[in-house]
Each structure stands twice: as structure tokens, then as C-alpha cells.
Ligand binder design. Sequence first.
Ligand code: PGA
Length: 249
Amino acid sequence: MRTKIVAGNWKMNKNSSETTELLNQLQSKMPKTSAEVMVAPTFVNLAQAVTQLAASSIEVVAQNMHFAENGAYTGEISANMLQSVGIKTVILGHSERRAYFGEDDALLAKKVDAALKAGIRMIFCFGEELQDRKSGNHFKVVEAQLKNGLFHVGKAHWQHIVLAYEPVWAIGTGETASPEQAQEMHAFIRKTIATAYDETTAQMVTILYGGSVKPGNANEIFSKPDVDGGLIGGASLVAEDFAAIVAAI
Ligand code: PGA
């Protein structure tokens, strides 16, 4: 059985006191689940979130990290810094990082290596843009993102890798990929991993769907056989909605 995960990506939302409040609400509303539940507050609130959730099964994860171990990289955060405040998982390659901060496959490959070297688990994000889907290139684009950013790693490392397929046209737009579109792409991703590695690796990896997942559509999306959970943006900022999405898994 693959690990099921529901992760909330808070992006650049919630200051320190708002973080405390949302985590309090989440703790009181969270349903019992066998899935892993994660939240990703902004960097400056990670340490307080780890302390607040010390007795909770909700894991605090980071939204990004730099590839270098330390050095002259003003404004950046290393894997070791994250680990030193209790972070064990990091989101890499979110489409907003790719689109607004110039993160390309080559840079992400370095971040992947840095995470693996440090022993930090990653949620590796990728997905096609609207024009790719319209032109029928979505499978090719996704395959290239995986090959160029991730497929250089050895098979043994895949136990530290979670994938998040997030079609860019569905992020924050209210437009969700249909459950059938998500399933079709997730099955394609698994097949691509099986070809590059082997069937066992492909069957083991958790593949999340992200892009406008809401309480109203989570059930149907999560019911698809190759969808192992979700990376949730907007709806993770509302405790009732995030709890309802967790309940759907
Ligand atoms: P959304 O964001 O749920 O607001 O569409 C998803 C994401 O960016 O991970």
C-alpha cells in the first residue's frame, strides 16, 4: 500500500499569530486518518509551527530550499537550516517557483541532490501549462520535467521522493483537472517511472494531485487508483476545508 498524503501549501500567507491560530483550528478539526497530513507555513514561522505541533501527527514541511549547504546566497535557506528546526520534508519545484523565480529543471536537479544528500524528503512538483495541454504536448512536457529534474537519481533514493502533479492551469484558478485527466496523467507518470527505473519503484511512489482541490471535489479526485492524495493551496488556509479534504482521503 502506498502512503497517502494530504499537504497544505500555505504559500506567502499567515503571519506568526495567524499561523498559531490556524494550527490551533486545524488541530481541533482534524479527522482521524491513516494518511500523512502536512502543512507548509512560510519560512519564518516554521520553528514555531514545529513547536506547536510537537505532540500532533501533523507534520510541518518547508515550501522551498536552496541547493547549497551554506554560503553567500542572501535571502536563501539551506537543507541543514530547515533540519535544525525540525523539518524533515521540503516542497521543491512548485510552479510558482518555476514561473516567478526562474527555477528550471537544471536548478531543481541540484536542489534534488542537495535534499537527498541532507536526508530530507521532497515533494517534487511539476505539471504542464495551459498551452501545453491545448497543443496536446502535456505528456511530453511532464516527461521532460521528470527526466531533467529527477531521473538522474539512483533507485534507492525514491523512498525519499513524493511527486506532486500540478497542472499550472488548475492552480489557484478554480479550474480543476477532471478526475479522469488526473488519473490519466498519474498513470502516465507511473509508467514513465517504470520505464526509467522499474515497476516496483513506480508502484511504490506516492503521487499527489494539486490544483484547486476543494472539499467538493476531493472525494472524486482521491478515488482514482493512481492518485495518492493532494497538495492543497487555497483550501488549506481554511481549517474546515482542509479538514474536510483530509477526511476525503
Ligand atoms: P490551489 O494551489 O489549491 O490554490 O490551486 C495548489 C498548489 O499550488 O499547490
